[in-house]
Design a protein around this ligand. Structure first.
Ligand code: TRP
Length: 373
C-alpha cells in the first residue's frame, strides 16, 4: 500500500500521485489516440479532456466500439446528499453535461439519500432529505433537461432498486468489501450493503428497457472502488460491464494537496456563496505559489503548479490562450499573486452569478426530473 497519499470514497489525503493511482487502481490512461477517437464524434474536446483533468478510464474504447455500431450508451453519475455543493462537486457534472450534449444520450443521476446517513454519525435521514432537494437544484442548474435526465432517489425508488440491489449483494462477500474499503467488524451492516445500491443504476435502464444498454460513468476517481467491485458482478447478472471515466480533484483553497471539503468552510467555495464571500475567501485563504515579497516575485516568478488560484483557473477558464498567458506571466514574475487572485475572483463570480440564477429557476422543475415508470 502506498502511504504518501490515500484515495478512498471516504478519505482523500496527501499529495495524490495520479500516475501511481492508475497503477494501484488498474485503470487506463487517457492517451492522445483515445482523445482523437472521442473527438471524431464530439468535433471538439472539452478542456477537462485536453487538460488531463479527466485522466483515466475503464473500457472507454469498448464503449466507443458499441457507439460506432449504433449501440448507444447512457450516462450514469450521482451525488450522496450530505451538505452544500461546492465548485469541486460540479466538475464531473459539468463534464457529464457536455458528454450528454455531444453524444445525445440519456443521463441517470442517482441521489443515494441513505449513503451519508449510513456513513456519518451525525446525519439523520431528515437532514439528507433536505440536502437532496438543495443538491438537486445545483445539478439541474448546470443545464440538464428532464427529457433526457432522470433522477433516481434510493429511498423513493426503493421498490425498483432493492430487487436489483439484492442480486448484486448476493455476489459480494464481506471479505471483498473489507479489502476494498477497509471495513471492520464494527462497520454497520448498512454501510457494508451500500455498494450494491450504487451499482444498480449502471444496469437498471437495461432492466427497464428489457435489453442491454452500455453505460458510461463519469466520476471523481475516489468513487472507483465501488465500481471495481460492481464491474465484476454486473456481467454475472447478464448485463454489460459499465465503462468509467475518472477525474482528478479540485484542490482545496487552503493548500495544494488533498480535496475540497464541505465540512471545512475555508477550503471551499460553495455554489451559493455571495460575490463578497468569494472575494474574501480567495484573498484570505487561496494557497499561493508566489514569492514572499514583490521584489523576489518579480525576480524569481511564481509557481503555478502549486498555486491554487492558477490550478482553479485550469478548471474554470476554458480559453487556452488566456490560460497560457496567465501561466507565462505568473512564471516570469510579471503577474503578482494578488493580480492572479483577482482574475480568479472575477472568473468565479461570473460563473456563480449565472449558476445561482439557474439554480433559482430550477426550483420550478425538480419534480420533472424524478423518474416515474
Ligand atoms: N457515492 C457518491 C457520493 O458520495 C454518490 C454516487 C452515487 C455516485 N452513484 C454514483 C458518484 C455514481 C459517481 C457515480 O457522492
Amino acid at each position: 500500500m502506498n502511504k504518501d497519499f490515500t484515495v478512498t470514497p471516504w478519505e482523500i489525503s496527501g499529495k495524490v500521485d495520479y500516475d501511481k493511482l492508475i497503477k494501484q487502481f488498474g485503470t487506463q490512461k487517457i492517451d492522445t489516440s483515445l482523445l482523437n477517437r472521442i473527438k471524431k464524434h464530439t468535433k471538439e474536446l472539452h478542456p477537462y479532456l485536453t487538460r488531463n483533468i479527466f485522466f483515466c478510464h475503464r473500457d472507454l474504447n469498448w464503449l466507443l466500439d458499441e457507439y460506432e455500431k449504433n449501440n448507444k450508451f447512457f450516462l450514469y453519475t450521482g451525488r450522496a446528499p450530505s451538505g452544500k455543493i461546492h465548485i469541486g462537486h460540479l466538475v464531473p457534472w459539468i463534464f457529464t453535461r457536455w458528454l450528454q450534449e455531444k453524444f445525445k444520450v440519456d443521463l441517470w443521476f442517482q441521489f443515494p439519500d441513505e449513503e451519508k446517513f449510513l456513513f456519518k454519525d451525525d446525519l439523520t435521514l431528515e437532514d439528507t432529505n433536505k440536502y437532496l432537494y438543495e443538491n438537486a437544484l445545483d445539478v439541474i442548474a448546470l443545464g440538464f433537461n428532464p427529457k433526457n435526465t432522470k433522477f433516481l432517489i434510493d429511498t423513493v425508488h426503493a421498490n425498483l432498486m432493492y430487487k436489483e440491489a439484492v442480486k448484486v449483494a448476493k455476489k459480494i462477500t464481506f471479505s471483498t468489501t473489507k479489502a476494498s474499503f477497509g471495513f471492520t467488524n464494527e462497520t454497520n451492516i448498512g454501510a457494508i450493503f451500500y455498494t450494491s445500491m450504487q451499482a444498480v443504476p449502471a444496469f437498471l435502464p437495461s432492466v427497464l428497457k428489457g435489453k442491454n444498454i452500455p453505460c458510461l460513468i463519469p466520476l471523481g476517481v475516489d468513487q472507483d472502488p465501488h465500481f471495481r467491485i460492481s464491474r465484476d458482478v454486473i456481467p454475472k447478472l447478464g448485463y454489460y460491464k459499465p465503462a468509467i471515466i475518472h477525474c482528478k480533484f479540485l484542490p482545496p483553497l487552503t493548500g495544494p494537496e488533498g480535496k475540497m471539503s464541505s465540512s471545512i468552510e475555508e477550503s471551499a467555495i460553495f455554489t451559493i456563496d455571495s460575490p463578497e464571500i468569494v472575494e474574501k475567501k480567495i484573498k484570505k485563504y487561496a494557497f499561493s505559489g508566489g514569492q514572499p515579497t514583490i521584489e523576489e516575485h518579480r525576480k524569481k516568478g511564481g509557481n503555478p503548479d502549486i498555486d491554487v488560484s492558477y490550478q482553479w483557473l485550469r478548471y474554470f477558464e476554458y480559453d487556452d490562450k488566456k490560460l497560457k498567458n496567465i501561466y507565462n506571466d505568473y512564471t516570469s514574475g510579471k503577474l503578482l499573486t494578488s493580480e492572479l487572485k483577482q482574475i480568479l475572483i472575477e472568473k468565479l463570480n461570473k460563473f456563480l452569478k449565472n449558476h445561482q440564477k439557474s439554480r433559482e429557476k430550477a426550483k420550478k422543475s425538480v419534480d420533472k426530473f424524478i423518474y416515474t415508470p
